[in-house]
Write a protein that binds this ligand. Structure first.
Ligand SMILES: O=C([O-])C(=O)C[C@H](O)[C@@H](O)C(=O)[O-]
Length: 304
């Protein structure tokens, strides 16, 4: 059972960078628990404020509920209380509620509510969906606003009023007006997390909009560099942030943007490039080509 009340968890997550580990697969696309645990054990050498198991970078969308449970349990066990572990709640309301309960039983400390798949939905329906998940457990919940579940300021305010366990808003859209409206309306009642693909790209400007931390996919293969980048953002060291954007992030985006879904695949590519392979990505994603991994290796050499 978690030691973090929702309020404690909200404060903890604001205190540092957030880790979104990839999920390791064998060549025949089964969960490679040993590889995953070794990866978490290596990343544990670097200070983060929370670990989100089976998130987007962790290909949570490709896992069945039993696999998600295995990944979450492996993370909880491996991390052993050093940092809070947050688990995903995905898909239909019924599925997300079941996953939330399973995560609480597995000892997770909080939940990241992902968008429901396929259907579009209005704001009232999204509030209902998220509220059901908030009501399902005592865990703190972060709602991920992205894709077919983009929440506007009024809906975020409604959700925060209705659900004391809603602790965070993760933005995957980057709409400046909506972020401004949301922070103006809801203020520090919630913790705001930058969750656009390759979140470092937006970290400095979003800080001005109340977004105090972000989910780092780069942390998977460049943990020291990712922490240093986060420190530069928090210190509002504009020169250093732009130096690092030019040195690494922008050329990395040039590779990432070649194929839809590479925002996740490139993270496994980065791990292959540094000699810590995490196995292939699952369909519908595709792996980077060998020449792209070689390109990425040269890029990573610049920051190692
Ligand atoms: O669920 C996820 O993995 C994310 O949305 C976070 C990613 O880590 C994203 O912020 C990124 O690519 O840096």
């Amino acid at each position: 059972m978690t030691e973090y009340s929702p309020t404690d968890l909200a404060a903890q997550l604001k205190s540092g960078l957030l880790s979104f580990p990839v999920t390791h697969f064998t060549e025949d696309l089964q969960f490679d628990e040993e590889g995953y645990r070794k990866h978490l054990s290596w990343l544990a050498e670097y200070p983060v404020a929370g670990l989100f198991a089976a998130g987007g970078t962790g290909e949570g969308f490709s896992l069945n509920p039993e696999e998600t449970d295995r990944v979450v349990r492996a993370a909880v066990d491996e991390v052993a209380g050093a940092v809070p572990v947050l688990a995903p709640a995905t898909g239909s309301t019924a599925n997300a509620v079941a996953q939330a309960k399973a995560a609480e039983a597995a000892g997770a400390d909080g939940l990241l509510l992902m968008p429901p798949y396929l259907t579009e939905a209005g704001q009232d329906g999204l509030v209902e969906h998220a509220s059901r998940v908030c009501e399902a457990t005592g865990l703190g919940v972060i709602v991920y606003s992205r894709a077919n579940a983009v929440l506007r300021d009024e809906a975020v305010a409604q959700l925060a009023d209705r659900n004391p366990t809603l602790i965070g808003f993760k933005d995957g859209v980057g709409n400046i007006e909506q972020m401004t409206r949301t922070y103006a309306k809801v203020g520090d009642r919630l913790t705001y997390i930058g969750g656009l693909p390759t979140a470092e790209t937006f970290a400095l400007p979003l800080l001005q909009l109340g977004v105090s931390t972000y989910s780092s996919a780069l942390f998977n293969f460049a943990p020291k560099w990712a922490i240093e980048f986060y420190d530069a953002v928090r210190a509002q060291d504009r020169d250093e942030v732009y130096r690092r954007l030019n040195e690494f992030v922008i050329p990395y985006l040039d590779i990432r943007d070649r194929t839809a879904g590479y925002a996740v695949s490139i993270v496994k590519g980065g791990l292959a490039a540094i000699g810590r392979p995490a196995g292939p990505v699952r369909p519908p994603l595709t792996d980077l080509r060998e020449d792209e991994i070689a390109e990425l290796r040269d890029l990573i050499a610049r920051i190692s």
